[in-house]
Design a protein. Structure first.
Length: 136
């Protein structure tokens, strides 16, 4: 997804309390703001998520690319992020998902979003999962 595409999704998300049409209509979509490792600049990215109790799990699939997306590298370096969900905006802490729960969360996501199975096949890597937990 290019920057222009992401910007349109972000604008629509914010204008409609988290509701977006097109390919993201009725999807679990949040906006994730991370701080660039090298630049120090805040960047916001639309990301699909899986609700898991009081956490939101995001998938560093990068559409099946061989490398994880920039937002993943940013939150590994600086795990304090901003989450926008619907009309709510809050600070969260990014935590790596433990290997023991990775496969079950991935399975649940593929049930909801079958295209993720293709992402995994194309990526030919273990796709990192990250839990976003609301900061106290």
């Amino acid at each position: 997804m290019g920057n222009a595409f992401n910007e349109r999704v972000i604008e629509e998300f914010r204008a409609n309390d988290g509701r977006v049409g097109g390919e993201f209509e009725a999807k679990n979509l949040l906006l994730l703001t991370t701080t660039g490792v090298r630049s120090g600049v805040s960047r916001t990215t639309p990301v699909l998520y899986l609700p898991d109790g009081d956490r939101l799990v995001v998938f560093a699939s990068n559409g099946g690319a061989a490398k994880s997306p920039a937002w993943y590298h940013n939150l590994v370096a600086n795990p304090l992020v901003t989450v926008e969900l619907g009309g709510d905006r809050y600070e969260a802490r990014a935590e790596s998902v433990e290997p023991g729960e990775h496969d079950e969360l991935w399975r649940r996501q593929v049930e909801i979003e079958p295209g993720f199975a293709e992402f995994r096949r194309r990526a030919d890597r273990v796709i990192p999962l990250v839990a976003l937990v609301r900061a106290a």
